[in-house]
Ligand binder design. Structure first.
Ligand SMILES: [Zn+2]
Ligand SMILES: [Zn+2]
Length: 126
């Protein structure tokens, strides 16, 4: 399979009998329909996301990203509980594409996000 973002070759990464495609170059991950939600419940599944967040951020700005299964342009979407995470989703339901580092973020507990919100808050009193 060809990476929808950087057109490099993708390799298989297997976890808990589920197989995802991970790009050898940008290390973005393609999850078939619903797999990212199933894998989110699997302890340690963030280990499949081995890429650098910085590279992921660069590729996150890509537009008109084609679905690797059907070639249709995917929609940009955000997770309801973590709206800062943007991923591409095939409108025909083939799957979703996470840039490097985004799945780790997606997988993180809400405690992690709460912590981020606290540290990101401007100092109230000085
Ligand atoms: Zn790639
Ligand atoms: Zn598709």
């Amino acid at each position: 399979m060809e990476c929808p973002k950087c057109k490099s070759e993708m390799e298989f990464a297997t976890l808990e009998n589920m197989r995802v495609d991970r790009c050898l170059q940008c290390q973005g991950i393609w999850f078939r329909e619903g797999e990212h939600k199933l894998l989110r419940k699997v302890k340690g599944s963030e280990l499949i996301d081995i890429g650098s967040e910085e590279i992921g951020r660069d590729f996150n700005t890509a537009v008109n990203v084609p679905c690797p299964e059907c070639g249709g342009i995917m929609d940009r979407s955000a997770d309801k509980s973590q709206p800062h995470i943007h991923f591409e989703i095939c409108s025909a339901g083939h799957g979703v594409f996470f840039d490097a580092g985004e799945y780790r973020d997606f997988k993180e507990t809400s405690i992690g996000d709460l912590f981020k919100r606290i540290t990101a808050a401007p100092p109230g009193r000085n």
